[in-house]
Write a protein that binds this ligand. Structure first.
Ligand SMILES: [Zn+2]
Length: 214
């Protein structure tokens, strides 16, 4: 199989509806790849994230794309894919250091990935040691370190998903504002469809409105 880090989480059924990996049994399916139309197998083992694989060769539309191009819930973008193991370790260390004595995180302690993935944010306080503006863990940042209940994450990611949808919609047009070539357009529209389906699924699971941080 091609790039191990790109998972296909949706197949298309005979009614042209998207079907999530969670809703099928492991093994052969009647579903086809949303991008190339070839047959899919559901891989639901114990170790890797459950996903669909092509029963033959994985199509180029999946292999050639950067992981960032594949629409996913932003939450997964943030720590399943775009944080390396090393970065995650650093994030955990930072969390434990600051939980013990909260002087505010200094910017020198922050890896670029932490701000890129919105795991930390500027706080109102000043770092006691340096006198510089301090940072703190965002709600999203508290998920990978295990400090925020998983059940609360829908509240965190809804605005991010809205952003992602808007971004995908905008990406259907090129820089000059014209619509992209047909082939490209088909792929982007499928991206949008998958992302929207994920979005609705995430909303349907509800949201803990009154969740409080520890
Ligand atoms: Zn395919």
């Amino acid at each position: 199989m091609g790039n191990d880090r790109i998972w296909l989480n949706y197949g298309v059924d005979t009614n042209n509806k998207l079907v999530a990996i969670e809703d099928v049994a492991s093994g052969k399916t009647d579903l086809i790849c949303p991008y190339c139309g070839k047959a899919l197998i559901a891989k639901k083992g114990r170790i890797k994230e459950h996903h669909f694989a092509h029963s033959g060769e994985t199509c180029n539309l999946i292999i050639k794309r950067e992981p960032r191009d594949i629409p996913r819930l932003p939450l997964y973008d943030a720590f399943n894919i775009f944080l390396t193991g090393k970065e995650l370790e650093q994030l955990k260390k930072l969390w434990h250091r600051h939980k013990a004595h909260d002087h505010g995180i200094d910017r020198l302690e922050i890896l670029p990935a932490f701000t890129r993935e919105n795991l930390v944010e500027q706080s109102q306080n000043v770092n006691a040691g340096t006198g510089r503006k301090a940072y703190q863990f965002s709600k999203l940042g508290q998920i990978p370190v295990g400090a925020l209940l998983l059940a609360a994450f829908n509240c965190v990611q809804e605005p991010l998903i809205e952003q992602k949808l808007a971004h995908l919609e905008a990406s259907i047009f090129d820089n000059s504002g014209s619509v992209l070539p047909l082939e490209e357009l088909r792929v982007r529209l499928m991206d949008l469809r998958i992302c929207y389906t994920q979005y609705k699924f995430s909303c349907s699971r509800g949201c803990l409105k009154n969740y409080k941080l520890e």
